[in-house]
Design a binder for this molecule. Structure first.
Ligand code: MN
Length: 730
């Protein structure tokens, strides 16, 4: 028989009790109440022991400690946590508790007791249980927070439980409690619950990742040290009070990544995030966080796609922070989180910490949140299993959850449209999007998505981004990608306009220089040279006016001698070429100088024309080249007919762009199709993968368009490949 040193145990219990008081810092009356609760629990659980053999009272004390220290709740919750198992397990009644501790505490303990009954006696219908559990939340959110503390302590002490209980409790934790903690913004608890679940459901994996993290710790710390040093120096120099933490990501999130990407631990690169927490007055915190951002990006290049500003618009669960991903030493992307001490506390402890900072006036966020849940729970039409989905889908109105045709879940901001979704899938998918099927019904680009929608994007290779698309999109990503594309398009057109203007200037014997261009800009009231060239190319600015302009403006008369001889020989060349028969590409090499234009990379089979350039001979363009219309409308006299030779042995370089779902072996399958099945010569292949979607570019040699089309068709049939398109330019 085991002997128990009761004196030592009593000492230990008191020590733990004093620690609890230290963590919750109660008022004088609060302290008395907590003491009373402690004594009540002590007496009620006196004879009870946990599976581990320890006195049962360790458990309510530990749960209360979590409530105070890790969730940031105060006296009422600590009292309720100490009493949470009393009514269920002992002779103490709810009336006793109400008499001694008041109505509020009794209500919370009642809620906790009911939850316990629900979970312990039925085991199969988890969703129904979960619903009941949330019903109690509508009385007081503290019930849920204390329940989470209770569960966390049970997970921390799961070692002494039999294996089957370990599995049941861990799965339940992962499936219900961790998401709940996440919803409530309790990130630290959520992470620990998830990690502990992995520890018991997949012990081998947990051990191996933990071990790997331990082994790589020194290298990681060295990298973090090196990375943060210039930032810390600059912050100090500018007078910031700050703390920099470099934290490894949780075992669960590493494991999730390994599974998702199908790679071993060694190939997970973002194993940690850098967090910069600044001590700053409330009114300056936003400005100071952006100040820190500026310092960070002075040292390292940010990835513009990865900037997240949850300070201007906090997440619905209260999370505030500024996230950026920058290129660190050695070409490694590093995530940097910037926040104030207040934000950090909210991020770690969630809503409870939130209350502490807001005075009672004006903060209705929590009430609203509870109301929304209550409405959902009171809807009699939803059955329990639907409810889980609804819980996931509708809890927060500022985010929606939608699905790809293959059932992959994607999260978008509220009011996102089909076009946002297309860009969320992939930039190329966005550019080529012409519409979509939502739940199998055809909808336009501007269709506003709802949670639960399943979207199939319809695209066309002919599609290009349009100006009015900017009115249809909500996400920053889509907006910036559309702007980029429009700018690029405009730039190309403007180049043509510039050439026209240069010719015109030469004609009028005006020097083509900045000061003369500036004169023009001022004259036409146009903001930039690019806008000017663009307008000229579009024909919206009548360039004939230039003559009048010239007369008015004496200061523009910096003349250049006209290169007459050059022009004469060019005119003669044009005449010569146009006077002979059609240009046959592949045969007339010796007669004329010609090149295949890199802007559209024509290959045999394409409809083409030749364009006589001043210095580079004849350039061959595809008739559907983005520059063709400009060239043909402005320089019809320099266009020559061209056709392809019938010879087959010449191979032409062509680029194809592919996108698809990242699956193991997909690259292998692609190269197999190209080189062994179709015997095509490949020059290069590059594949980049991001969040399960990959995009790649393949440069290869083909004989003609038939050959290319056959290849594209074949590639499209490879599992996992979504789009295969010929690229306009190499
Ligand atoms: Mn308990």
């Amino acid at each position: 028989m085991q002997t128990i040193d009761t004196e030592a145990e009593k000492k230990e219990i008191l020590k733990r009790y004093r620690n609890l008081l230290k963590a919750c810092k109660p008022t004088k009356e609060g302290k008395a109440l907590i003491r009373l609760a402690f004594d009540t629990a002590m007496e009620a659980h006196q004879e009870m022991r946990r599976k581990s053999g320890e006195p049962y009272i360790y458990h309510p004390i530990a749960a209360a400690q979590i409530v105070a220290e890790e969730i940031g709740l105060s006296t009422t919750s600590v009292v309720a946590a100490l009493l949470h198992d009393v009514v269920e397990d002992t002779d103490v009644t709810l009336e006793d508790i109400e008499r001694t501790f008041g109505k509020k505490v009794a209500q919370i303990v009642d809620g906790l007791t009911k939850i316990k009954g629900v979970f312990d006696h039925t085991s199969s219908l988890q969703a129904e249980n979960f619903r009941k559990m949330l019903l109690t939340l509508s009385d007081d959110v503290r019930v849920i927070l204390i329940k989470l503390a209770d569960r966390l302590h049970n997970m921390r002490t799961l070692d002494s439980m039999p294996r089957d209980k370990q599995l049941k409790i861990s799965s339940e934790t992962k499936y219900l409690y961790a998401p709940l903690a996440h919803r409530l913004g309790l990130y630290a608890i959520k992470t620990e619950l998830e990690d502990l679940s992995v520890k018991y459901t997949e012990p081998e994996i947990y051990r191996s990742i933990a071990q790997n993290l331990q082994q790589t710790k020194r290298d990681r710390n060295k990298f973090i040290q090196e990375f943060t040093q210039p930032i810390a120096e600059a912050l100090t120099k500018q007078g910031y009070k700050f703390e920099i933490k470099g934290r490894p990501k949780s075992i669960n999130s590493i494991w999730t990544k390994m599974k998702k990407q199908g790679v071993p631990f060694e190939e997970i690169f973002d194993l940690f995030a850098i967090r910069i927490v600044i001590d700053t007055p409330l009114e300056d915190e936003k400005a100071n966080c952006w100040g820190v951002y500026s310092i960070v990006t002075d040292s390292y290049h940010p990835n513009p796609d990865r900037l997240r500003d949850w300070i201007s618009i906090p997440k619905a669960n209260g999370y505030e922070s500024l996230h950026t991903t920058v290129m660190g030493p050695g070409g490694k992307w590093v995530e940097v989180q910037i926040r104030s001490e207040r934000m950090d506390e909210i991020a770690e402890k969630g809503y409870a910490a939130h209350w502490k900072y807001k005075d009672s006036s004006g903060d209705n966020a929590l009430d609203e949140w509870i109301n929304r849940i209550r409405e959902m729970l009171e809807n009699p039409e939803s059955n329990a299993l639907d409810f889980i989905d609804e819980f996931k889908l509708n809890l927060f109105a500022d985010e929606i959850f939608v699905f790809t045709p293959k059932g992959e879940l994607r999260k978008l901001p509220a009011n996102s449209t089909t076009l946002d979704f297309a860009f969320d899938i992939h930039t190329e998918v966005g550019y080529k999007c012409i519409g979509a099927k939502v739940n199998h019904k055809l909808v336009p680009l501007s269709y506003v998505l709802k949670s639960g929608d399943q979207i199939e994007i319809i695209s066309s290779s002919k599609q290009t981004p349009k100006e009015d698309w900017l009115n249809y999109v909500t996400t920053a990503k889509a907006k910036s990608k559309i702007r980029d594309a429009l700018k690029e398009e405009k730039r190309k057109i403007a180049e043509e306009g510039k050439a026209i203007l240069q010719r015109k200037f030469r004609h009028l014997k005006i020097t083509f220089n900045t000061s003369n261009i500036n004169e023009l800009l001022a004259h036409y009231r146009i903001a930039s040279p690019m806008d000017l060239y663009y307008k000229i190319a579009q024909g919206t600015l009548d360039i004939k006016d230039l003559k009048d302009f010239e007369h008015e403006k004496d200061n523009i008369k910096a003349k250049v001698p006209h290169p007459k001889t050059e022009a004469k020989s060019f005119e003669k060349m044009v005449k010569d070429i146009r006077g002979s028969a059609d240009l046959v590409i592949g045969e007339d090499m010796d007669k004329f100088d010609y090149v295949l234009s890199p802007c559209c990379s024509p290959i045999p089979g394409d409809d083409v024309f030749g364009f006589i350039t001043i210095n580079e001979g004849i350039k061959i363009h595809r008739t559907n080249c983005p520059n063709a219309i400009q060239l043909m409308s402005n320089y019809a006299y320099r266009i020559v007919k061209a056709r392809w030779t019938n010879q087959k042995e010449i191979a032409f370089l062509v680029g194809i762009a592919i996108t698809g779902i990242d699956e193991v072996g997909v690259v292998n399958n692609i190269t197999k199709v190209i080189s062994s099945e179709l015997k095509v010569n490949m020059r290069s292949i590059s594949i980049e993968s991001n969040d399960g979607i990959f995009e790649g570019t393949i440069m290869l040699f083909v004989n003609d368009t038939d050959h290319l089309l056959k290849l594209i068709k074949k590639l499209k049939s490879v599992t996992g490949i979504l789009t295969v398109n010929r690229m306009d330019s190499n």
